[in-house]
Write a protein that binds this ligand. Structure first.
Ligand code: FMN
Length: 202
């Protein structure tokens, strides 16, 4: 699939078919994901692939958290809707970052955490595009952070950084493009290519 076409055609999928995803396909998605760039090539990411009962357990844990928050009158945003989408998708990938070192090495910016999160954010986008190119639907999920403590204890990942989850499965919907700001609206352009500069500017 053409890269630009994949970028334009990818959609967040919230309705998945029950058809299982072959493990080999998930491995190909992960193989593409780890090709992502990262600051100083640290590759700070780690992935926990959940299928079957383990995926259902994650959804139960997140749903229980959403219900508890709602019962306490606290906001849950899109959490319960996200849980319904996750329940349909056969695969959930939990994405973690390695813990920041006690002392940040001198070659790194002191805001290590921020830099490493950028690296993993890029990897997640690679994951979504790879899934799309391989015929899979996906959903990037930060609502997992509502259940941060519960997820970390359950997975035994305390000390690492919970970044997000991604649902993977065969799409059972074909959403149209969601609205986007035009690139010109969000872009400031300074200067001109050297070929267009007047001799006095050169
Ligand atoms: C960082 C991030 C977190 C997101 N978290 C969720 C989520 O928890 N639940 C959900 O349904 N969608 C989530 N999304 C999907 C966005 O809602 C979606 O990308 C956006 O509405 C644009 O739609 P599109 O992906 O189809 O272009 C998330 C997307 C990003 C980039």
């Amino acid at each position: 699939m053409d890269t630009l076409q994949a970028i334009h055609d990818r959609r967040s999928i919230r309705h998945f078919a029950s058809q299982p995803v072959p493990r080999e396909l998930v491995e190909r998605v992960l193989e593409a994901t780890v090709q992502s760039p990262s600051a100083k090539n640290v590759q700070p990411w780690r992935f926990v692939v959940l299928e079957g009962q383990e995926k259902e357990r994650l959804v139960r844990l997140m749903t229980a958290k959403g219900e508890a928050l709602a019962a306490a009158g606290e906001g849950t945003g899109s959490l319960l809707g996200t849980c319904r989408a996750m329940a349909q998708a056969p695969v959930a990938v939990v994405i973690l970052n390695q813990a920041p070192p006690a002392e940040v090495p001198p070659e790194f910016h002191e805001d290590w955490h921020f830099v490493m999160l950028q690296s993993t954010g890029g990897a997640i986008q690679t994951m979504l595009l790879a899934a799309h190119a391989l015929g899979l639907g996906s959903l990037w999920i930060c609502d997992i952070l509502f259940a941060h403590d519960e997820v970390m204890v359950w997975l035994g990942c305390e000390g690492e950084v919970l970044v997000a989850a991604v649902s993977l499965g065969y799409a059972d919907e074909a959403p149209g493009q969601r609205p986007r700001k035009g690139w010109a609206e969000v872009t400031q352009w300074l200067g001109a290519p050297s070929s267009q500069r007047s001799p006095s500017e050169a």
